[in-house]
Design a protein around this ligand. Structure first.
Ligand code: PLP
Length: 344
């Protein structure tokens, strides 16, 4: 563990700094100047398949261990990247991890679920429930562990607490050292901590969040999280958000996201995921079309990971081969089990 300048404790779980890469062919395809688009490769953070959760968990797990925890409990969707990285993060200090996941076991474990098992996590299926019910079940699981003599720490869904937000304020400082000067960051908004940390450090005008449908009030959620680390509260109204990429809901594949995933793959050999980064790039493309982005300051697209989720998505083959049919709200029971929305 180490103390950083803010006096917070971190453990080393990932590989930092992550690269910032110029992506000229993707820029040109989106209608941005070829030297005006960058990707911050937080998919390459290393631990357990990488992604944004590694940064958050460096602080969150350190706080848990510092408080005497010897077990971790967290929640998420069946294909949660956060749950997968928490499972890997527990393996490092050798402490057991219980994942309370929405849905039910649904055939072979694929994608993130396969990795959860590989990292040795115990999975407790919660059925077709939202975030509040998942949090209640996590408390029950932790109480059971405590009555058996353990000292469990509960990590909130998505790793979005004060530590998680501070981790992305750190990440923003890392970006500024790599790419000095004005730029606008574009990032997927799930549980909100990643955007909150970036906005707290860079300023709200320099961060565009693309809502994925994981929470019901993204503006309020991000403002509350960012305000945990700023000296003055953040006014939710001044956040830059796009809410036009949710489609039929969290976990569903939109045609725009599928197009964005193919575009990144075919111009730059970079793989995005259907739930978060595919939507974020689709939102970036829409912002360029609207004239909201790309004409003045350089744009930084935060690649926050999620590759295992592509392999765990029931429409992965459709993404790769061509235009999938946009999903409607008449999702099947098995689809609901695989990708239950996290919002209540
Ligand atoms: C791949 C990926 N990108 C982005 C996000 C969004 O991050 P946050 O939950 O901090 O909003 C998540 C959250 O699960 C994620 O898994």
């Amino acid at each position: 563990m180490s103390d950083d300048s803010a006096g917070a404790v971190r453990i080393s779980l990932g590989t930092f700094p992550t690269p910032v890469e110029s992506v000229p062919r993707l820029a040109a395809a989106l209608g941005i100047g070829m030297d005006q688009l960058w990707i911050k490769r937080d998919d390459l953070t290393g631990l357990g398949g990488g992604g944004n959760k590694v940064r958050k968990l460096e602080r969150i797990v350190a706080t848990a261990l510092g408080g005497g925890a010897d077990a971790l409990v967290t929640t998420g969707a069946a294909q949660s990247n956060h749950a997968r990285v928490t499972a890997a993060a527990g393996a490092r200090p050798g402490i057991p991890v219980t994942l309370v996941l929405a849905g039910e076991p649904d055939g072979a474990a694929v994608g993130n679920l396969l990795l959860d098992g590989l990292f040795g996590a115990r999975i407790r299926w919660a059925g077709d429930v939202g975030t509040s019910a998942l949090a209640v079940l996590a408390e029950e699981v932790a109480a059971d562990l405590a009555s058996a003599g353990a000292h469990p720490a509960i990590i909130p869904f998505g790793g979005s607490n004060r530590d998680g937000v501070l981790a992305y304020a750190d990440a923003a400082r890392e970006l500024c050292a790599q790419l000095p000067g004005e730029s606008v960051s574009v990032v997927a908004l799930g549980s909100g901590g990643t955007m909150a940390g970036l906005a707290a450090e860079l300023g709200t005008r320099r961060v565009l969040g693309v809502h994925t449908g994981a929470v019901s009030d993204p503006r309020a959620v991000v403002a509350a999280l960012a305000s945990m680390v700023t000296s003055e509260p953040i006014d939710p109204r001044i956040l830059r958000l796009r809410t036009d990429q949710v489609g039929a809901g969290y976990g569903t594949l939109t045609e725009r996201a599928a197009e964005a995933i193919r575009l990144a793959a075919r111009t730059e050999g970079i793989v995005l995921d259907p739930v978060y980064t595919g939507r974020a790039l689709a939102g970036l493309a829409a912002a360029v079309r609207d004239g909201d982005l790309g004409s003045d300051a350089p744009v930084v697209f935060w690649h926050t990971g999620g590759l295992p989720g592509l392999f765990g998505h029931r429409q992965a083959a459709a993404v790769a081969s061509g235009a999938p049919r946009e999903e409607d709200s008449r999702r099947t029971a098995s689809a609901r089990r695989a990708q239950v929305p996290l919002q209540d």
